[in-house]
Design a protein around this ligand. Structure first.
Ligand SMILES: NC(=O)c1ccc[n+]([C@@H]2O[C@H](COP(=O)([O-])OP(=O)(O)OC[C@H]3O[C@@H](n4cnc5c(N)ncnc54)[C@H](OP(=O)(O)O)[C@@H]3O)[C@@H](O)[C@H]2O)c1
Length: 336
């Protein structure tokens, strides 16, 4: 297969910069790399395969000749520029929220629903969406439970790091630790604080982040009627999101059987020896690939229920790594 000519929109951002390094780490075959950023970064250099590349701004025709374009900028940029990338003939992997719930756009976590990607390629689709970071890790863990015991209901609370809001939010937390710097990105100071609102508050009282988690999980798992309720909380950590999850299931599922099944899932690790202080945390997931689960136990408050804790690097598996894996699946399926 020939090497690819790759565009990265948002190449200077928290996700885009990791996407460049993950392409390199995984040996994604790249013949040309074209990084895009805002006017603020025009001419700024980004490193790829030991060489420096100058960031360009988006303009008409800027995607010509590219075979893949990754979007890691913002909803507004994706809305405006994804159509142009598709017109240029590229495969497009979009990490914004714009197309995720569009019936014509597959929303993909390869470990969970690669089959949807394959089916979409067969009917000529060229645009693929990556989910919200908190959704990715949840569905990777839930898929096995659904296969083994059928999920009835999910209750999830998130503990989301500031990098979920981008590079500027990471800078804001760093600055506030040890100073009385005021809040700018977040509605309140985030240092030594928890903020129980991520995204806009909707008419039903949920936030947009909570709605994404609920709706995207239903789509990726292919369970449109899934009962799921979420509370999303911003916490003062830099990288990795954690989630406390309660799952009601159709029938009894021995805990060791689930741990064994989870161990078979590529990209999922079981860190579950709490008595030895082995469990997933920000410290042992940030900067690493995959999703980690632990603290698995039976929920005694329902007939058949489980509780567990799941953590993943939101910038890697939650965004950049997942996008690269989507591109790898496209290449494998379409034989590009
Ligand atoms: N952070 C996460 O955990 C996460 C997870 C899943 C999905 N996502 C999605 O990934 C995308 C990027 O998020 P992020 O956290 O990486 O944000 P970020 O750190 O704020 O980076 C934003 C990137 O977009 C670029 N950009 C801004 N305006 C632009 C313009 N007019 N033209 C071209 N590029 C422009 C920025 O360039 P400058 O450096 O020049 O400003 C920067 O490279 C968002 O759509 C987000 O929803 C993020």
């Amino acid at each position: 297969m020939p090497a690819e000519r790759v565009g990265v929109v948002g190449a200077t951002g928290a996700v885009g910069s990791r996407l460049l390094s993950i392409l390199e780490e995984r040996g994604f075959p790249v013949e040309e790399i074209r990084p895009f950023a805002s006017e603020r970064s025009q001419g700024k250099l980004v490193e790829f395969q030991g060489r420096s590349f100058s960031c360009q701004v988006l303009r008409s025709g800027c995607f010509n000749g590219l075979s893949f374009v990754f979007f890691d900028a913002s909803d507004e940029i994706s809305k405006e520029w994804v159509p142009e990338a598709l017109r240029s003939g590229a495969w497009v992997v979009d990490n914004s929220a714009v197309y995720r719930l569009d019936d014509a756009v597959p929303l993909i976590v390869p470990e969970v629903n690669e089959a949807d990607l394959v089916a979409s390629i067969r009917v000529g689709r060229r645009l693929f969406a990556g989910p919200n970071c908190s959704t990715v890790q949840l569905v990777v863990a839930l898929r096995t439970i659904h296969e083994l015991a059928g999920i009835r209901r999910v209750v999830v609370s998130t503990y989301q790091s500031v990098s979920g809001a981008g590079t500027a939010a990471m800078d804001e937390l760093r600055e506030q630790v040890g100073s009385d710097a005021a809040a700018a990105i977040f509605p309140h100071r985030i240092a030594f604080n928890l903020i129980p609102r991520i995204g806009k508050v909707q008419a039903d009282g949920f936030t947009s982040e909570e709605q994404k988690l609920m709706r995207e999980s239903r789509k990726i798992l292919g369970i449109p009627e899934l009962k799921i309720v979420a509370t999303a909380v911003r916490v003062p950590t830099l990288i990795s999101h954690a989630e406390s999850v309660f799952v009601e299931i159709e029938k009894e599922l021995p805990l060791e059987r689930l741990r064994d099944a989870w161990r078979q899932v590529t990209g999922l690790s079981v860190l579950d020896e709490p008595e030895n202080d082995v469990y997933p945390m920000n410290d042992n997931t940030a900067g690493r690939d995959g999703v980690a689960v632990g603290r698995l136990r039976r929920d005694p408050s329902v007939n058949h229920g489980l509780c567990f804790w799941v953590v993943s690097d939101n910038l890697r598996k939650g965004a950049a790594l997942n996008a690269v894996q989507i591109a790898e699946c496209i290449r494998k399926t379409a034989g590009t």
